[in-house]
Design a protein around this ligand. Sequence first.
Ligand SMILES: *Cc1c(COP(=O)(O)O)cnc(C)c1O
Length: 422
Amino acid sequence: MKEHEKLAIDGGNPVIVEPMPTGVSGPSIIGDEEIDIVTDLLRRQQLFRYSENSETAAFEKEAAELLGVEFAVMVNSGTSALICALIGVGVGPGDEVIIPGYTYISTASAVVAVGAVPVIAEIDDSLGLDPADVIQKITPYTKAIIPVHMRGTPARLDALIAVAREHDLKVVEDSCQCVGGSYKGMPIGTLGDVGTWSLNYYKTISSGEGGLVFTNDRDIFERASYASDPGFPMWTKSAGDGWSNPPFSSQTYRPSEITGAIGRAQLHKLSTVIEHQRAVQNAFLGALDEGRGYKLQHMDDPGGDTGVAASIIVHDEELARGYALALEAEGVPAATIYNEGIPDRHIYSDWDSILNKQSPHPTGYPWKDPAYKGNVEYSKDMCPQTLSLLGRSIRFDFHMNLTVEHAWLMAQALNKVDAALG
Ligand SMILES: *Cc1c(COP(=O)(O)O)cnc(C)c1O
């Protein structure tokens, strides 16, 4: 047994005495920029996005520049962005779309919303979609895959895109949790066919609710635009003229000008958030002892991570729960990502509406759609590797209200717990 200090859980002194600050990065940086522009819009009664000097249009343009893409359309949520992206690449009834078992449920519900069937695949130690399992899950009906970059860490994109290209599948990048991240020098969301952002309350930057679809592909852009607003060709003179895709009608996912304006003000602060989160994450990672009893989550490109979290993976679930309890006693809010009994809509085993194939309509679509010739099966234990990884993972969250000093303390607490339990 290694030499170690007495753990707080066993009556020793905790590493951290003051409660750690809490917070969410986007909302915590709201300042005069957001307040002034919203006040101005309200005074001018300017709530519609198709207006002169539109803030929403400026947000789209600036976001596209930042991402280095040709086209971006703002919508009212990340889920809407996924729906428009899927329609953009031509996913619909009869198609299967492969998604990871670890993502917010709306990745799955967006697939159902376009009439297609979600196929749930394993994650690997990147906590993103496992390329090897994607290959296993491909059927003649597979049309697209959705790599999800959870908690700011890019999935194994090189491998996933190679699989997709080989099997002629579209790649929709769910970058809702990775706004501001990159992968081998490319902004995240721009390596696949189409990318999506969410600007909901919990995301890197926030407009309360909001989303963005972005792509370099003209057809995807046109189709996503129609999908976002059946009135699209009416609102914008440019739309329709010279467009090669005939307009179709779907839903209205149009954001308000208030949403666009807050999104734009927050976009101007994105680099500040990312720099801060990365500094805190680096301080944490840099202060961890060598010779650990755990592994760090795999990162294909550590430099592209948004720094919003760091996860460790220990070798069994009971040990992980022991680490989590001991860390809490040391003053670090920590939990295993998956804990049987604690529902979490980010883990497929809690997606009852999907697992039970509950349709929004008596026909039972998309699973019972006559166009669908496949036969996908779901069960709570269908992705054992995913549940095992998440049950053995402990996540440390970073945000604007945490300092580098907090990160050192968190690392010290982990070092202490690891010396005792690892
Ligand atoms: C937040 C989130 C979404 C959906 O975003 P909303 O804006 O809440 O609709 C989709 N995918 C992932 C991975 C998310 O975290």
